[in-house]
Design a protein around this ligand. Sequence first.
Ligand code: SPV
Ligand code: MG
Length: 290
Amino acid sequence: MSENTTTNKSARLRELLAGPRPVAAVGAHDGLSAKLVEQAGFDAVWCSSFEVSASYGLPDASLVTMTQFLAAAEAMDAIIDIPVIADCDTGFGGPLNVAFAVERYERAGIAAMCIEDKLFPKINSFADAGQDLLPTKEFALKIEAGKQTQKDERFLLIARTEALISGQGVPEALERAHAYADAGADAVLIHSKSRRPDDILELGDAWDRDVPLVAVPTTYASVEEKALFDAGYRLVIYANQGMRAAVKNVREVLGKLRAEGRAESVDADIATMPEIFALQGMTAAFRTAP
Ligand code: SPV
Ligand code: MG
């Protein structure tokens, strides 16, 4: 069967980014969490380094390896139809590491990779320390290495600047975003930990490249997708709301179960077994069993 634009997930993501409305992705860390994102009607899954690290009970600090991140992205991709955007931190090292990652992620059928301009090893953007940036030219070399490596021109490499995160202003973030777009990035993610979207919107208004911008409204959470779209942001990533929902609810249910000492006490608060069967494709497995 010949591949068309809807079966190729990179092409599908490109179509969405060129479309008339904001593209919305949500963070996930495994197949099940990605499935829930798809079933909620979102356009794409963000294979979040924060979530994948947390799923191992580890800090988001370049401790999880490329092969572990890739395995998480592959587990998601295998059971959903929407594109996976893989958060690849700093690209796992220098330009050679980025090229290696692009080769592996593309071969695995992942729609897009995102790399950020912090120093390796990086620490999560909301940590108080460790937010130093790689010089712009050095990061541009990583983008070039990745773009030169990909075989299918539809695969997307998203460049992420942490200039605002590291305490620099909009001009520095804009200069870096321009440099990364000029180095061949297919989209540029502008990260911010501000409580207000002002910097993000200001940068969007000054953006004059034909390359989509990406926003992650974790702290400036009151902003609406439409306001971001109108300022040039084509992709909005809700990076970790799924995992945070799970942790809060699992804690509450387990606390109640421990206190009550009776399984029925939490029955109304939890999914049914048939719901999980449906999520894992169990009914289909039964149907096809000999
Ligand atoms: C992630 O989800 O891993 C991200 C977004 O990179 S943040 O946690 O805000 O750095
Ligand atoms: Mg991350």
